[in-house]
Design a protein around this ligand. Sequence first.
Ligand code: NG6
Ligand code: CA
Length: 520
Amino acid sequence: MMNYINVCAAGSVLAGIGFSQCGPAQPDNTEVPEKPNILIFYADDVGYGDIGCYGAIGVKTPHIDYLAEHGIRFTDAHCAAATCSPSRYSLLTGNYPFRMRVGILPGDAPLLIQPGTPTLATALGSAGYQSAVIGKWHLGMGEGKVDWNKDIKPGPLEIGFDYSFIIPATNDRVPCVYVENHQVYGADPDDPMEITFTDDARDPNPYDNPTGLSHPGMVRQTGDVQHSGVIVNGVPRIGFMGGGEQSWWRDEDFPEIFTRKAIEFIDRTGDAPFFLFFAFNEIHVPRIPHEQFSGKSTMGPRGDAIVQMDYMVGRIMAALDERGLTENTLVIFTSDNGPVLDDGYADQAWEMLGDHKPAGPFRGGKYSIFEGGNRMPTITYWPGVVNEGQISDALWTQTDFFSSFARLADYNIPSGHAVDSEDMLDVLLGRSECGREFLLEEAGTFALRQGHWKYILPRPGAPAAITFDERKKIEMGVISVPQLYNLNDDPGEQNNLAKEFPGKVEALHAIMMEITGDGR
Ligand code: NG6
Ligand code: CA
């Protein structure tokens, strides 16, 4: 694998570009204790502007804001792509998603990360950590067609986690059951379940149960044609599922069950350090928050789901406090991709938005190559170690967790692995604001960030001008001509400077080609 950092340092393609400036390192002599617990709160589809301390208008998030007030709030931290599976793959492996050509995985996809691949969980495991993934998985399970009534593997346990309690894919697609370690949670062996994954609910339903299309009167939140398959808990999903109804989830139970499973896991780890990847279902569609959160924002179910997520953060943080673990835990809050309002269900997200800006000052959102797609609200918190109330503009990505945590846990990454991961530990802990020199972004095309510059690779055959996805009301940003933006003056990526700065375009393009091979 080419090491493009060295290539850059050697000056091959960088000649004439100049390195970006970064702020001075924060003087901080606090010692960093070895092997702290690591807790990642990983939100789903939560945008830069959806959190109180990032300017949210329609919802309050006091528990998450507390972490920022007593920790570091990042303004230029990123997920690897503008959808879920690619971002999660990159977070766990330290590779950019394009290396595996990862897209949104179907509900019956096999495990994406091959057992034997170093992951954050195997790395931390070999350093003595107990690790768990609790919440949304969406990285595939099994080797082909899964029999959901038998042991389901390989899965999270085969790639390094000691415990898993997951939604296998997303809450809008089958299978609508939890999987705990290798088994469907609450399954009845006398009532086996089957799923048929299909992207189109107009396909014939192989089971004798209602779907959104056959029984629209039974539905309490209407889905579009893809989201009109089997009705689970009054809500139609993508795909069909039959049998095993006692194990089907009730969406309103997610906050209770996932926080409980997390706290039980923490209690089981005893003296070992833990790594908890707490992957929220919130605020992915369908948004069916628990009754206690209903009406707690001014934005309908989408805002209420944010309140629920914030409540869960508060519950888990309180559990850490009660156990005296907070001072020995690095807590991170971030999200897997940008915001989307209508993602297939009529849940009033548009109608009740008001002045709230889900992507903050940025353009686009989920699915988009613009900053709204991958610039994430991101906070680190570790009392006594991380500075209080710092705001950091360092450029970095979740892909960097691997190298950063490897240093924290004193783990040597085998060569050829986590190739896109840079050690940003000093940035995460506020010792430095020198982030990355370059960052690759993905969503239908590539973009390359260097300092305040952003270059977006054109795609032949795409429209010449930015188009609008009418249903999602999001601009994807993929067009047939090069785009160059100066995010300092133009964070909303409105003013394409590619024609004015052809040299900059050429230089950034050359670096992008070095990283990606040929950009395809
Ligand atoms: C899309 C779904 C969308 C959502 C997304 C995955 C349709 C039309 N849309 O294919 O509703 O489930 O996949 O979201 O089926 S993600 O956050 O997990 O990437
Ligand atoms: Ca997502």
